[in-house]
Design a protein around this ligand. Structure first.
Ligand code: GAP
Length: 516
C-alpha cells in the first residue's frame, strides 16, 4: 500500500473510532484545529502521563508547574517572539495560494533524497545480498549527480536562512523551477516575513485595552517563574521545571492532520545548569529523550536525530528527534541549548535581578538552560501511525478475513480491557458486570454485549484494547474466563481472581520506565 494511502486510512480511522474529530465540523470545520474524542482523550492523557511521570517521578531535581496562557506582553518582546517568530511566506499569483518558502525548498530537497532512495532500492533488488550501499552511493553516476544537486541546494538554502535573505529564498525557488502544486505555474510573489503569534485584547477599550498574545510556546511561563520555583522549592542547580500546556501558532502551512495545528499542546522541560556545562547536559538530554521514545518499542530504525543547520535566535546547539511517518522522517521533538538568552532578556526587560546564587561556587550567575520540547499532538500522531496495522486473519468459521489493529503500547491504550459476555442470558451479563465492578478502579474497562464475539474483538482491536475477557457458561461454574491477547490473538483460560495481576503487569507505566 502507498504510504500516502496509509496516512489517509489513519486519518479516517481516527474519526471512525472516536479518536480525533475536525473542530466545528458541523460548520464545515476550522482549519488546522481538532478535537479529541472519547478514545483520543484517553490516549492523549496517557501520553502526557508517560512524559510527566518520566520527568517528575524519575528525577528528584525536576518539578512541574502549570502557568497561565496569557502573560504580560513584554515577555514576548523580551523573548524575541514579537520581532523574530516569523515564517517566510510566498504566494502564487495564479492560484492565490500561500506557502512557506522554506517548506517549498525543503520539499525540493526531499525530492532529491527520494530519487537517490529509488536508485538504491532498484540496485538492492538487482544485486541481492551482495549489494554494498556505501560503495554504490560513492560510485553510481546518477546517485552522485543527485547528491551534488542536494549538497549545492542545501548549502545555498542554509546560507539564505542564516542571512535572513528573503530575495535569495525567492531566487532559489525560481532557479529550482519549483511550481505551485495547485496552478502548476512559477508565477511567484516576493517572499515576506509573517509573524506566527495570535493576539487579542485584554480589558475594555475605554480603559485602554492591552494587546496580549496567546503563547506560542509554554517555555516562557517557566522562565518567568524559575526563581519563584527555585526559592520556594529550595532547588539547587542543576534542576528542571516541566510543564504541559496549550500553545498557539498561526501556521501558514497547516497540513497533515494533527501534525501542524494552530492550537496544540506542548510538553516542555527547561533544565537550568551552570554556565559552561550546557553542552554536556545537552548531550545527556538528547540521549535521555531518545531512550524515552524508543522504550515504546516501535523499532529504533524509525528514529533519527536531525542536527539544525540554522539555529534559533536563542540557541547554541539544537537537534530534533525525527520519526519515520508515512510521509517521511519528520520532527517530533526539539532539544535546544538555549544558553542564558531568555533569562538574561527577562532580567533586562523586567529590570528585576533573576540571578541564582550558587552556594558551592559562592557566586551568582544567570543559569544556562537546556530545553526538551515535544508536541503532545505530534506524539499522538506518531504513536497512531506506528501502531496502525491491517492484517489478514482466519476467522472462527475458517474464512479469510481482515482486521485493523492498533498495536498501541499497553500502558498507553485508551481502554485496557473489554469484558464480553458470550450471551446476555443465563446470568453471563451479570457476571461480566461483576468483573467490571471489581476492576474499574484499576483499569479503564469496557462492557460490550452486542454482535458476535468476532465482531466485538474487531471493535476492540481497532481501538487498541490489549485484553478481551469473555464470560461463558463455564465461568458460571468455576469462576474462570478466557483472556484474549490483542497482538497474538491467542487465548488463555484463567481464574477471574487472577485478572487484576495479569493486566496490571502489562499496562503499568513501570513497564516502560523499566526500559529507560
Ligand atoms: N520551546 C521551543 C519550541 O517551541 P518548537 O521546535 O517550535 O520549539 C517544539 O516546538 C515541538 O512542538 C515540536 O517538535 C512539535 O512536536 C511541537 N509543535 C510545534 N509546532 C506545532 C504545531 N503547529 N502543531 C503541532 N505541534 C507543534
Amino acid at each position: 500500500m502507498l504510504q500516502e494511502d496509509v496516512f489517509k486510512k489513519l486519518v479516517a480511522h481516527c474519526k471512525e473510532y472516536g479518536f480525533v474529530f475536525q473542530s466545528s465540523e458541523i460548520y464545515d470545520g476550522l482549519s488546522a484545529v481538532y478535537d479529541y474524542a472519547q478514545n483520543g482523550v484517553e490516549l492523549k492523557n496517557n501520553i502526557k502521563k508517560y512524559w510527566w511521570d518520566s520527568m517528575i517521578l524519575l528525577h528528584e531535581n525536576i518539578v512541574g508547574i502549570d502557568s497561565a496562557i496569557f502573560m504580560h506582553p513584554t515577555i514576548w518582546k523580551a523573548s524575541g517572539h514579537v520581532d523574530a517568530f516569523n515564517d517566510p511566506l510566498i504566494d502564487n499569483k495564479d492560484s492565490k495560494k500561500r506557502y512557506r518558502a522554506d517548506v517549498l525548498i525543503e520539499e525540493q530537497l526531499a525530492k532529491y533524497e527520494d530519487k537517490i532512495g529509488k536508485e538504491i532500492e532498484k540496485a538492492r533488488k538487482r544485486f541481492g545480498e551482495t549489494f554494498d550501499e556505501k560503495q554504490f552511493r560513492e560510485t553510481n553516476g546518477r546517485v552522485l549527480e543527485y547528491q551534488l544537486k542536494w549538497d549545492e541546494l542545501q548549502a545555498r538554502f542554509v546560507k539564505a536562512l542564516n542571512d535572513s535573505n528573503l530575495d535569495e529564498l525567492k531566487q532559489i525557488i525560481i532557479d529550482q523551477e519549483i511550481v505551485c502544486p495547485v496552478s502548476g505555474t512559477r508565477n511567484w510573489t516576493d517572499v515576506r516575513q509573517f509573524n506566527l503569534m495570535f493576539s487579542t485584547e485584554m480589558g475594555s477599550t475605554a480603559d485602554g485595552a492591552l494587546k496580549i498574545y496567546l503563547r506560542p510556546e509554554t517555555a516562557q511561563g517557566i522562565f518567568v517563574n524559575y526563581l519563584n520555583v527555585q526559592k520556594t522549592g529550595r532547588m539547587k542547580i542543576p534542576f528542571g521545571i516541566a510543564q504541559i500546556g496549550k500553545a498557539f501558532r498561526n501556521e501558514i502551512v497547516a497540513r497533515q492532520f494533527i501534525f501542524r495545528m494552530r492550537e496544540f499542546e506542548q510538553m516542555e522541560l527547561q533544565f537550568f545548569v551552570r554556565p559552561g556545562t550546557e553542552l554536556e547536559w545537552f548531550q545527556k538530554w538528547k540521549q535521555t529523550r531518545m531512550n524515552w521514545h524508543q522504550a515504546l518499542g516501535f523499532g529504533s530504525d524509525n528514529y533519527r536525530f536531525h542536527e539544525h543547520d540554522k539555529l534559533a535566535h536563542y540557541a547554541n546547539a539544537a537537534v530534533d528527534v525525527e520519526y519515520r511517518f508515512p510521509f517521511g522522517f519528520k520532527e517530533v521533538e526539539g532539544i535546544h541549548s538555549r544558553t542564558d538568552f531568555d533569562l538574561s532578556q527577562h532580567q533586562q526587560f523586567s529590570g528585576k535581578k533573576i540571578t541564582y546564587f550558587d552556594p558551592e561556587l559562592n557566586e551568582s550567575y544567570v543559569p544556562f538552560v537546556v530545553e526538551t520540547s515535544i508536541g503532545v499532538d505530534r506524539m499522538f500522531l506518531q504513536i497512531m501511525a506506528a501502531s496502525y496495522a491491517e492484517e489478514e486473519i482466519v476467522s472462527e468459521d475458517g474464512k479469510k478475513d481482515m482486521r485493523v489493529v492498533l498495536r498501541l503500547p499497553a500502558p498507553l491504550a485508551p481502554v485496557k480491557l473489554a469484558v464480553l459476555p458470550l450471551m446476555k442470558k443465563d446470568g453471563l451479563a451479570e457476571k461480566a458486570r461483576e468483573i467490571i465492578d471489581d476492576l474499574k478502579f484499576d483499569f479503564n474497562c469496557q462492557y460490550d454485549e452486542k454482535d458476535s464475539i468476532g465482531k466485538r474483538y474487531r471493535r476492540q482491536d481497532a481501538i487498541g484494547t490489549p485484553f478481551c475477557v469473555t464470560v461463558d457458561h463455564q465461568s458460571m461454574e468455576d469462576n474462570t474466563v478466557t483472556i484474549r491477547y490483542r497482538d497474538t490473538m491467542l487465548q488463555d483460560r484463567v481464574a477471574i481472581a487472577e485478572l487484576k495481576n495479569i493486566i496490571a503487569g502489562e499496562v503499568s507505566m513501570k513497564k516502560l520506565f523499566a526500559k529507560l
